[in-house]
Design a protein. Structure first.
Length: 192
């Protein structure tokens, strides 16, 4: 089945907080995907930031969900992991910043309770080095892991029938368009 045949399509969701060091990894990876590739209409790239439950409508509308995030796997900093389907952990997000911040596990649990969980799930996660540096950016070794995370994400999408075209390559067919804006509020075409 191709991406175009998937009702509801595919949501590629980068989550994390750019203001807390390596916590912003998932957002940086979705930005890199947006900058480097063109995708079929059925694929939506989204910077989910720390929107928590506001992401629920987007998650429940997706047939397939690829999550990009910094995850505390208990591994060496910078190690990437790919987790699929039922093995995607219920707790997503390496650290809650406050007691009021909803973790992504609550979004998935809510989608499940509504009976509208995406049929396919995948998580590309990195073990963060540092999270408690407010105002800091990704550590250099985390920045170096972005291309590997992008490659893993492209690999997952290929198994789901998506043909991502590198920017600069000539896209074929009407299904490849510019990426959608990285916003949960509205989607619009970005100028090249």
């Amino acid at each position: 089945m191709s991406a175009m045949e998937i009702p509801g399509g595919i949501l590629v969701l980068g989550i994390g907080n750019l203001l807390w060091a390596d916590e912003g990894f998932g957002v940086r990876v979705v930005e890199a995907l947006n900058e480097g590739y063109l995708f079929p209409e059925a694929v939506t790239l989204m910077d989910g930031g720390t929107q928590g439950m506001f992401l629920l409508p987007h998650v429940t509308e997706a047939r397939s969900l690829l999550i990009l995030d910094a995850i505390n796997f208990g591994l060496e900093p910078g190690e990437l992991r790919l987790i699929r389907d039922g093995d995607v952990p219920q707790y997503l997000g390496a650290k809650k910043i406050s007691m009021h911040q909803t973790g992504f596990q609550e979004v998935l649990a809510s989608a499940d309770l509504l009976g509208r969980m995406p049929e396919r799930l995948a998580l590309v996660g990195v073990q963060p080095r540092r999270l408690d540096d407010y105002g800091g950016s990704l550590r250099p070794d985390m920045k170096e892991r972005i291309p590997g995370a992008v490659a893993m994400a492209i690999g997952v999408l290929e198994t789901w029938g998506v043909c991502a075209k590198p920017r600069g390559a000539s896209p074929t067919g009407p299904e490849h368009t510019g990426p959608r804006a990285l916003s949960i509020e509205r989607y619009e075409e970005r100028p090249e």
